[in-house]
Design a protein around this ligand. Structure first.
Ligand code: CA2
Length: 146
């Protein structure tokens, strides 16, 4: 059977607040803008996008598990869970789908606790500090590897 032409976009805790606060860190684009940019980039490459944002770790993990059935890869900005969650890492390695880790801000230029990522060494693609356009870069780089 051929691989599904669908990607899952996952945005983690607090990314629903994009565009409402901290524009100096995250810019002015909203979560809806992120989902549109990512879907348009995927569509231009012949991929459909399913997008999900949740503030709940278990919801994110369930969505990653479900992606096994019908997605070729995952683009994920795990938010603060990047720096804390072994469970999210285990979900991503468990489903064995290639994934791109995206951060809007340059985490290496911020507090030291943001420098460590539990996903970094298992991500197929990492895009850090390119603003919301980083999601488009992540889709392009991920699709190139599929
Ligand atoms: O730079 C990123 O994309 C982050 O993944 C964003 C996370 C942060 O914990 C990571 O260290 C880096 C935080 C997402 C919260 O987003 C907000 C957006 C606007 C206003 C408040 C929070």
């Amino acid at each position: 059977m051929s691989a599904p032409r669908r990607l899952l976009l996952v945005n983690g805790p607090n990314l629903n607040l994009l565009g409402t606060r901290e524009p100096e860190v995250y810019g002015t684009a909203t979560l809806a803008d992120v989902e549109r940019i990512t879907a348009e980039t995927a569509a231009a490459l012949g991929f459909e996008l399913r997008a999900l944002q949740s503030n709940h770790e278990g919801v994110l993990i369930d969505a990653i598990h479900d992606a096994r059935a019908d997605c070729a890869g995952i683009v994920i900005n795990p938010g603060g869970l990047t720096h804390t969650s072994v469970a999210l890492r285990d979900a991503l390695t468990g489903v064995a789908l290639p994934f791109a880790e995206v951060h809007i801000s340059d985490v290496y230029a911020r507090e030291e606790f943001r420098h460590h990522s539990y996903l970094h060494d298992v991500a197929a693609v990492r895009v850090i500090g390119r603003g919301v356009e980083g999601y488009a870069d992540a889709v392009r780089d991920l699709v190139a590897q599929l």
